[in-house]
Write a protein that binds this ligand. Structure first.
Ligand SMILES: Cc1cc2nc3c(=O)[nH]c(=O)nc-3n(C[C@H](O)[C@H](O)[C@H](O)COP(=O)(O)OP(=O)(O)OC[C@H]3O[C@@H](n4cnc5c(N)ncnc54)[C@H](O)[C@@H]3O)c2cc1C
Length: 350
């Protein structure tokens, strides 16, 4: 079988890239091992203003409208909403954070994303006040990936199998298991660290844990951010997260992770009765220079990578799927920020 692109990995990266290429008429096969992935565990948050200094994410003005449009098109196709836009109450942890926010409010670049500073929320511990953030929300990654998987199966372009790079034939024609693609595109998330062609790239993966809680408290219908975050799923269920662990790169949910999330919540909601319903962990494919890893292998350009979206996959992947699809269809060059060419000299050992 001759195809345009063989995509390895059906996380958010592989799925949205495959969808985009198929919309443009390309013949695609997508292969996944069927294991739970980072995309399914992720909260899917999109938050344009982050960190203690309340800094606007780079390129958010470009990435966010494309992300909303992309998820809107998928919602229309599958007749189901995937991106839930909700304001976020950012609770300040210190007077310094509040003063950073005051400065941001005077900056016109930040005005589309920030509302008013207020003092208190009923039943919450907010000694330094809070600000209402706008244009925040979260992606329902699990139902989106399930719909896309069904779509790929219905179009006979999905295979559930663990892909082994040793089975790739590079010469005279690129081939894997009787499939002849023009290119193989690796969208393996954290597993790229085991890929013989791309493991040299400087990933800096980070494990994260998330809890789903059942409760009977009254909460505002907003996302909360207090260093960690809380997303109300419905009147009686929330998700809280997430931890950051650079050492133990596995998908084991730990007691330590659970306690750190529950303790974090207690600092802002000291009297919150709840029961842990679910506890998940997975590994974010973060990179040392905080930029995605996209591009072609320096010696085998028929092999490509689309990865490294770190903790910002929901925001970045739609724009980069369109951008990389343009490049793959010979319609423009890769932007230098994401192009792995920046690492050829330092990390590629021939
Ligand atoms: C706890 C946690 C919280 C997060 N919260 C957020 C958030 O709020 N907002 C946000 O934007 N992002 C968040 N993220 C990050 C987000 O998950 C990633 O940015 C994004 O999902 C990465 O998608 P991916 O497709 O690159 O990787 P993955 O989702 O990991 O997908 C890779 C896929 O490739 C498959 N695969 C790998 N190797 C092979 C092989 N050899 N053969 C077959 N299949 C293979 C894997 O099984 C997997 O299905 C979070 C992540 C975690 C872990």
């Amino acid at each position: 079988m001759t195809i345009d692109f063989l995509i390895i990995g059906q996380g958010l990266a592989g799925s949205l890239l495959a969808w985009e290429l198929m919309q443009r008429g390309c013949k695609v096969v997508i292969v996944d091992n069927g294991l739970e992935n980072a995309s399914q565990v992720a909260a899917g948050l999109i938050n344009p203003i982050t960190g203690m200094r309340l800094v606007k994410s780079s390129e958010v003005d470009t990435l966010l409208p494309i992300a909303k449009h992309f998820y809107g098109q998928l919602a229309e196709f599958f007749q189901q909403d995937f991106y839930i836009e909700k304001p976020m109450l950012r609770i300040f942890n210190s007077a310094k954070e509040q003063s950073h926010c005051e400065k941001r409010l005077n900056n016109p670049d930040y005005q589309p994303y920030l509302g008013n500073i207020d003092a208190s929320i009923e039943r919450f511990n907010t000694p330094f006040g809070y600000v209402t953030q706008r244009q925040t929300g979260y992606l329902l990654t699990r139902p989106l990936l399930a719909c896309l998987k069904d779509f790929f199966i219905a179009n006979s372009c999905y295979q559930q199998v663990a892909f082994d790079s040793a089975d790739i034939q590079l010469q005279p024609t690129l081939c894997w298991q009787g499939i002849f693609p023009k290119r193989i595109i690796f969208c393996e998330g954290y597993y790229a660290s085991q890929n013989p062609y791309f493991a040299y790239l400087p990933f800096q993966a980070v494990k994260g844990e998330i809890l789903t809680l059942a409760h009977s408290n009254h909460l505002p219908d907003t996302i909360l951010n207090y260093g960690q975050w809380l997303i109300p799923l419905n009147a009686h269920q929330v998700r809280i997260g997430a931890t950051f662990d650079w050492q133990n790169l596995n998908n084991q949910a730990t007691e330590l992770g659970k306690q750190s999330l529950l303790n974090g919540l207690k600092t802002v909601l000291p009297h919150f009765d709840c029961e842990v319903q679910d506890h998940q962990a997975n590994v974010r494919p973060c990179t040392l220079d905080k930029q995605p890893f996209i591009g072609f292998h320096p010696q085998h350009p028929q092999l490509a990578i689309f990865n490294g979206f770190g903790a910002k996959g929901s925001l970045q992947i739609p724009w980069y799927s369109q951008h990389f699809a343009n490049v793959l269809m010979d319609n423009g060059a890769l932007n230098s920020l994401s192009n792995i060419q920046r690492h050829y000299d330092h990390y590629f050992t021939a």
